[in-house]
Design a protein around this ligand. Structure first.
Ligand SMILES: Cc1cc2nc3c(=O)[nH]c(=O)nc-3n(C[C@H](O)[C@H](O)[C@H](O)COP(=O)(O)OP(=O)(O)OC[C@H]3O[C@@H](n4cnc5c(N)ncnc54)[C@H](O)[C@@H]3O)c2cc1C
Length: 406
């Protein structure tokens, strides 16, 4: 509410985690919130875990209320499967589905509009207008682009900011039955530095309390015919930023399995051979030039895309939402609040992108291992330790953040 008692209105483009974090916070601060989500089907996870952090708990409630798995150790292996570093770091992992379901359940159903795309955004003097795929034009005090890596809101306001391909992909997979794993692996966060890439495996909570196992293997695929072929489905369509898992051609999955047999030590190649589902994610950096434009803001992946080495995507979405909601509580002028948000979050976003670039630099450059170029400073100890920490500038959870658990 404004001091004159008028209810403020926000339109959010994108109904994934960033949009829902913000939507939930602003609904509880008295805003009229509409979230427009382009996808008409329910959103389901892409199989990666989400690390527990105080900011997530500030919005989602205490960790005791989340399905989660505790992990105490990070272990690095070389290409022969020998341990080369260990780091004790207690952390819990939950799944994207758990976070998304919690946020979606807490958000008022009538205000979540599936199957409606925000097709254009225009800035006014003291407001902004969103044009929707159903033909409507809606004005609001604030329009937020929470529309991910290919953000149309960002493209409209900062057309020069483009996702930059990092010259490698992440093959991901999930094992529903951890019984096939080498004993003990399901309790660890494992890193394996096979030739020219990096394999990571860790447990994930599954249905009915059964643990699952998730892996990703960063693998160099330079821009060009090889990448085009990987992202082309059986009907000859070249997908741009992501190929839906059912569209990945079986020949590529077979080749991936052969590469696992050839390059990974037994305990991890077995994981790949037994995986139930595969996903393929080309790795991109997005570095915005600004995240506040008058009465329009960018949050989550629309603002900055950080390589998954940092494992910060969902957390950053929560932090962006907490920061923006807090700035909007402090200032009635939306444009002032957005400047405050930009001051709090822009530099942090840049640093997170930089940190992800550093952790992935050896794959991007086609080096054999992270230690091949000592100038990168990527020792195994450094990678285990630093990828568990948050990049500098992380905002702390505030006791004033309204939790979704009452
Ligand atoms: C279906 C799905 C599953 C995912 N699974 C995982 C996972 O398992 N592990 C993990 O770490 N990360 C996962 N992610 C990615 C993760 O959510 C993001 O990397 C990050 O957390 C930031 O979220 P975001 O909301 O900013 O962006 P995203 O999660 O990418 O969401 C952007 C949303 O905006 C919608 N959208 C795009 N353009 C428009 C438009 N013009 N109008 C309206 N809506 C639009 C998209 O459909 C999408 O739902 C997933 C994302 C999605 C969409």
């Amino acid at each position: 509410m404004t001091s004159l008692g008028r209810q403020r209105r926000v339109i959010i483009a994108g109904g994934s985690v960033a949009g829902l974090f913000l939507g939930n916070l602003l609904v509880r601060s008295g805003w009229h919130v509409d979230i427009f989500e382009r996808a008409s089907d329910a959103l389901v996870e892409r199989g990666a875990g989400v690390a527990g952090h105080a900011e997530l708990e500030a919005v989602l409630g205490a960790p005791a209320n989340l399905d989660r798995i505790e992990i105490e150790q990070r272990v690095a292996y070389d290409r022969l499967g020998r341990v080369v570093a260990r780091h004790v770091h207690r952390q819990y992992v939950t799944s994207w589905n758990v976070v998304f379901a919690r946020l979606r359940d807490a958000f008022p159903e009538p205000c979540y509009h599936s199957g409606v795309e925000v097709v254009d955004v225009a800035q006014g003097e003291n407001d902004a207008t969103a044009s929707l795929s159903d033909g409507r034009q809606l004005s609001a005090d604030l329009v937020v682009g929470a529309d991910g890596v290919r953000s149309g809101v960002r493209a409209r306001l900062a057309p020069d900011v483009l996702p930059r391909y990092a010259q490698y992909v992440a093959w991901r997979g999930v094992l529903d039955d951890v019984g096939t794993l080498e004993p003990g692996l399901e309790d660890l966060f494992s890193f394996c530095f096979a030739q020219g890439g990096q394999f990571i495996g860790y447990p994930l909570p599954g249905a009915a309390g059964h643990p699952r196992y998730n892996f990703l293997w960063y693998y160099r695929v330079p821009e060009g015919p090889g990448l085009d072929d990987l992202l082309t489905d059986a009907h000859g369509r070249r997908h741009e930023y992501n190929i839906p898992p059912p569209s990945i051609r079986p020949t590529h999955i077979d080749a991936f399995r052969r590469a696992a047999r050839e390059h990974l030590p037994q305990q991890f190649s077995d994981v790949v051979m037994c995986a139930d589902r595969f996903m393929l994610q080309p790795i991109y950096d997005v570095q915005s030039s600004s995240i506040a434009f008058g009465c329009v803001a960018l949050i989550g992946d629309a603002a900055f895309v950080v390589r998954p080495h940092v494992r910060i995507g969902v957390l950053k979405a929560a932090q962006d939402a907490l920061s923006l909601a807090r700035c909007l509580r402090r200032s009635e002028r939306v444009s002032h609040a957005l400047q405050c948000y930009d001051n709090e979050r822009f530099q942090t976003g840049l640093e997170a992108v930089e940190f992800g670039r550093r952790l992935g630099a050896f794959i991007e450059r086609g080096l054999d291992t992270p230690t091949s170029d000592p100038a990168l400073g990527l020792t195994y100890d450094f990678i285990l330790r630093e990828s568990a920490r948050l990049p500098r500038g992380t905002i702390s959870a505030t006791s004033t953040a309204p939790s979704l658990v009452h």
